[in-house]
Design a protein around this ligand. Sequence first.
Ligand code: PLP
Length: 439
Amino acid sequence: MNMTDEIFSLIDAEAARQLDTLMLIPSENYASRAVREAAGSILCNKYSEGYPGRRYYEGNEIIDQIETETTERAKKIFGVPYANVQPYSGSPANSEILFALAVPGSTIMGLKLASGGHLTHGHPNVTFSGKYYRSVQFGLTVDGQIDYEEMREKALLEKPSVIILGTTAHPFMLDWQKAREIADEVGAYLVADISHIAGLIIAGVHPSPVSYAHVIMTTTHKTLRGPRGAMILVTDAGLKKDSELPKKIDMAVIPGMQGGPHNHTTAAIGIALGEAATAEFTAYGKQIVANARALANALKKKGIQLVGGGTQNHLIVMDFASTGEGQGVLVAKAMNAAGLVANFNTVPSDTSPFYPSGVRIGTPAVTTRGMKETEMEQIADWIAQVVNHVKHIHVPTEKKERAAFVQQFAWDVKMDAFLLNIAKEVRALCAQFPVEREV
Ligand SMILES: *Cc1c(COP(=O)(O)O)cnc(C)c1O
C-alpha cells in the first residue's frame, strides 16, 4: 500500500465507524456532502491574508466574493450588523475576542469548566485565557442552573471588563437578559458563546442572545452542521456600546492572531449557512430538542439520574455519582464498546476532573440521520443495559491504582460478548438510517 492509500484506508475505516455507531457526542454532527466537498476543495490552495477588497496577495477576486457572500449570510441568519468568518475554530475565536476587548492582566469572567464552561472562558493555570488574564469564575446552583447570583456578586466585587456566557455541557437554556443586566451594572462587555446551540437558535428553539450580548462567538461544526470553523458576530447592542468593535475584532483576527484564512472552510461555512436558512433546518432543530426530551424521559424511566432532572436543549448529562465516583468513565467506555459513542463528564458533586461520575450525550447527530422519538427509546434501553452491566464495577478509591484499572477495563469491554451483542443491534439500527459514506 502506498503512503496515500495508507491514510485513505484509515479515513475509510473512520467512515465505517461513523456509519455503524451512534454518534451521541453533542458537539459532533454529520456535515452534508456539499459542505464536505467545499471543505475539501481547491480553495485550500489560495493565500488571502486580509479582508475582501484589502488583501496582501493578488488573485483574490473570486475568494473575495466567497468571503463576502458567507459574511452576508452570517449577518442575515443571526440578524447582526457585522460578522467575521475567518477564525480557524472556536478556541482561537475566543482568544481573539479577549485580545480585542481586554488588555492582558485585566479581569475576565466565565463559567467554570467543571460546571460546563469551556477552557477558553478563563480556566486557570493551563490556558491562554486563564494565564494572561485575571480570571474570576462562576458556577452552578445546587440544582444545576447557572448561578446568576454568584455571577452578579463576583462581577460587582471584581469588576471584569468581559463576561463570557456559554456552555458545553449544560442541559438548560441560558438567560441572556439576566447576564446583560449584570454586565451593564459593571460596564462589562457581554460575550455570548453559542457554539453548542447556534443551530437551535437559528431554528428558534433556544432564545437568541442577539438583543443582549455585545459580541457573539459560534463554532460552525456543532448543531450548525458545517465544517470545523468559527465566526465572531457584533450585535447592534455591541455597536451601541462601542462603535469600534468591528475594527477591533477584525484587527484581533488578523494581524492579531491569525494569518491566511482557510478559504475552503469559509466556502463550506457559506454552504452550511445556506442549508441552515431552510425550513428543513428549522424542522431539524425542533426535532433535535424533541429527541433529547424523549431520550431524557426514557432514561429516567429506566432509573437513570440526570443532572438537573432532564433537558431543555440538545444534550443530557447522566449522573452516576450514586454508583461511585469515576463511574462516568466506565460507563462511557462500556457504551463505546456497545457502539454508543459518548464522553464522560463532570457532574456537580464531582471532586476529580479526571474520574468524573457523569456521561454527556446529545441528539444532534442521530437527528441528522433521521432518527425520531421511537429510536430514542431504543437508545435509552441500550444505554440502561450497558449501565446495569457495569454497575457492580467501580474505579478504585486508591488514586495510584486508577489509571491502570481504567486501561484494563477499556481493554476488557472490547471483548465483552454482552456489549458486542448490543453493538450488533446498534449496527442494524444504523443501517436503517444511513449517512453518506463517501470520504
Ligand atoms: C466547542 C466549543 C468551543 C471551542 O471550539 P473548538 O472549535 O473546539 O476550538 C468554545 N466554546 C464552546 C462553548 C464550545 O462548545
